[in-house]
Design a protein around this ligand. Structure first.
Ligand code: UP5
Ligand code: MG
Length: 198
């Protein structure tokens, strides 16, 4: 039923924490739909529409793109998927990254809509840096370089951690130690997602 409401779980954590890797596993093994806000923005940039240049400017500077753009892309992708597949379980990866992102979401999805659960991937900074710089060799991402990475870390600390705290205070955060090997992290994710998977 396309009118059914989406069942959303937010997935947050620093750059390179493994959000995308684990969401892909959840998609392939548990049938969740994976919506990476970053991937949606990169696709929009590639389309070359009116926001393409602005998106590139923000991404390479590690800054958060204005929320109306991001939430619009998420909502559009979600609606299409629900209409085409009837699937309502969504892992929204890399969003909300700030207090402003969260109010922008509430404006679109309704302030009275349930506050989603948030899987929070904890991983020490040196490991994040090692992972991103490892991926930099082949990712082609304009923000996978030392300079952009420093800026991404700063934005993460200054803007993303405060929204994680809001979700923590509301009892909505499920912590996952994502510094371990992939198989171990996946076992944790699988276990933590189970209550929301059907
Ligand atoms: N890897 C993964 N798990 C591993 C493990 N357990 N052990 C060892 N290696 C592991 O993984 C990163 C790398 O580590 C990969 O090589 C992987 O194989 C390996 P990945 O799964 O890609 O990590 P992820 O957390 O997804 O890292 P990503 O770089 O995508 O995180 P970011 O949050 O930095 O990037 P995102 O795409 O979400 O956002 C990019 C930019 O878009 C932002 O900086 C911002 O400018 C913009 N943006 C917005 O403005 N608004 C939004 O809402 C979202 C993004
Ligand atoms: Mg990612």
């Amino acid at each position: 039923d396309p009118r059914e409401k989406p069942n959303v779980v937010f997935v947050l954590g620093g750059p390179g924490a493994g959000k995308g890797t684990m969401c892909e596993l959840a998609m392939n093994q548990l049938g969740w739909k994976h919506l990476s806000a970053g991937d949606l923005l990169r696709a929009e940039r590639k389309e070359g529409g009116k926001n393409a240049a602005l998106i590139e400017e923000y991404i390479s500077a590690g800054k958060i793109v204005p929320v109306t753009i991001t939430v619009g892309l998420i909502k559009k992708a979600m609606t299409t998927i629900m209409e085409e597949t009837g699937i309502v379980n969504f892992l929204v990866d890399g969003f909300p990254r700030s207090l402003e992102n969260w109010s922008g979401w509430q404006e679109v999805f309704g302030a009275d809509a349930a506050m989603p659960t948030m899987l929070f991937f904890e991983c020490p900074l040196p490991i994040l840096e090692e992972r991103i710089m490892g991926r930099a060799k082949y990712s082609g991402r304009s923000d996978d370089n030392v300079e952009s990475l420093r800026k991404r870390f700063k934005t993460y600390k200054d803007e993303t951690m405060p929204i994680v705290e809001v979700f923590k205070k509301a009892g909505k955060v499920v912590d996952i130690n994502s510094s371990k090997p992939r198989e171990e992290v996946w076992d944790l994710v699988k276990e933590k997602l189970a209550p929301w998977s059907d």
